[in-house]
Design a protein around this ligand. Structure first.
Ligand code: CP
Length: 356
């Protein structure tokens, strides 16, 4: 390839990255003052729910993620000598691979279980006994299990930290962390000039979708950045909130609005978060055909779309080539966010905090 062709290719890639939402983590890094002590609260902690966090810990976690993302080559071995037990008993593309990618990028080793039938569970072994064994073999567990209570059952005998990577319709806290991290990378100024609030629309069902439930919980720590949080649903579900769930959101100071007016609401939104899958029992329910977004949707020019993925009919590929596509950047950034969380949980912060 001649020089001029190479130059053109490189500049095209840069433009493409900018256009398609490869946000600037350095801007976020500069927007958050380093106060690493807040991250100590994550040392050896189990991560089960978004409720466990607070504003300062979240900001420092996002800062560390942005530090990793700004300089991915610089931090190669903070988890050297540590072993992750990656146990996924329900299908996953992003969560399992991004956790494993994060761990590898930090220099650790991994043992992976993708089918519970290959463990003693098939012989009737209790989760508590399996967890007792995990204590001997690894330093951290990531668990996805359709059964809501499995993570709690394992915690009863675990002495190493566990991360809930999705438990039925309950929670998926690290997805929510990645989602909020993306919003702050898109607009770091939200932390500096909070009077410039954003209006976010959530197309989903908060009491059935774990990603939505966990994300809304994280919003409660930042009510000042949202002008309005609009939940858009099609009115066919009896209830889209549990009573306590809605109370928690309203008590935090969030301005929650609920509507069935999809097309009328879309042009007013700065961020659209769309999800159409609820994992219920051993299968998923799809709500994707009811609200569909494509490159003809009436969006603000600057609006961004987030989606935890996997996508279905609700998010057409015609949007992939537009500046509204931040869902791919969201999935990419999840690796750095998980790197930050794992570093803290495994008590290896001192190996990265002083590196510029
Ligand atoms: N977002 C998410 O949980 O995707 P996976 O099901 O592919 O892990």
């Amino acid at each position: 390839m001649v020089d001029s062709q190479l130059k053109e290719k490189v500049s095209f890639s840069r433009d493409t990255l900018d256009v398609y939402g490869d946000a600037h983590p350095k801007a976020l890094l500069r927007s958050i003052y380093e106060e690493g002590d807040y991250l100590k609260s994550l040392e050896s902690e189990h991560i089960v729910s978004s409720d466990q966090f607070n504003r300062n810990t979240l900001l420092q976690l996002f800062r560390l993620a942005a530090k990793y993302e700004s300089n991915p080559e610089r931090f190669s071995t903070p988890l050297k000598g540590k072993i992750l037990i990656s146990a996924f008993y329900e299908p996953s593309t992003r969560t399992r691979l991004s956790f494993e990618s994060a761990w590898h990028r930090l220099g650790g080793d991994i043992m992976s279980i993708t089918d519970r039938a290959t463990t003693g569970i098939a012989k009737g072994e209790s989760l508590s006994d399996v967890a007792e064994m995990f204590n001997n073999y690894g330093d951290c567990v990531v668990l996805r299990d359709s059964n809501e209570s499995s993570v709690q059952e394992m915690m009863s005998s675990l002495r190493i930290p566990i991360i809930n990577a999705g438990n039925g319709i309950d929670e998926h806290p690290t997805q929510a962390l990645a989602d909020l991290y993306t919003i702050f990378k898109w607009k770091p100024e939200l932390l500096i000039t909070p009077e410039k609030k954003i209006k976010i629309g959530i197309i989903g069902i908060p009491n059935k979708m774990r990603t939505v439930r966990s994300l809304l919980k994280l919003f409660t720590f930042f009510p000042d950045i949202f002008e309005e949080v609009v939940i858009i649903h099609d009115g066919t579900n009896e209830s889209i909130f549990e009573k306590k769930q809605l109370e928690q959101l309203q008590n935090s100071g969030l301005n929650i609005k609920i509507t069935t007016q999809f097309n009328r609401t879309l042009p007013t939104l700065d961020v659209i978060y769309i999800n159409a899958i609820a994992w219920v029992g051993n299968d998923y329910e799809s709500f994707g055909e009811r609200f569909v977004m494509n490159n003809q949707s009436p969006l603000k020019k600057e609006a961004i779309i987030l989606h935890p993925l996997a996508r279905g009919e609700e998010l057409e590929t015609s949007l992939d080539e537009t500046s509204h596509n931040w869902y791919f950047a969201q999935a990419r950034g999840a690796v750095f966010l998980r790197m930050a969380l794992l570093t803290c949980m495994c008590q290896r912060m001192e190996r990265v905090m002083d590196v510029i």
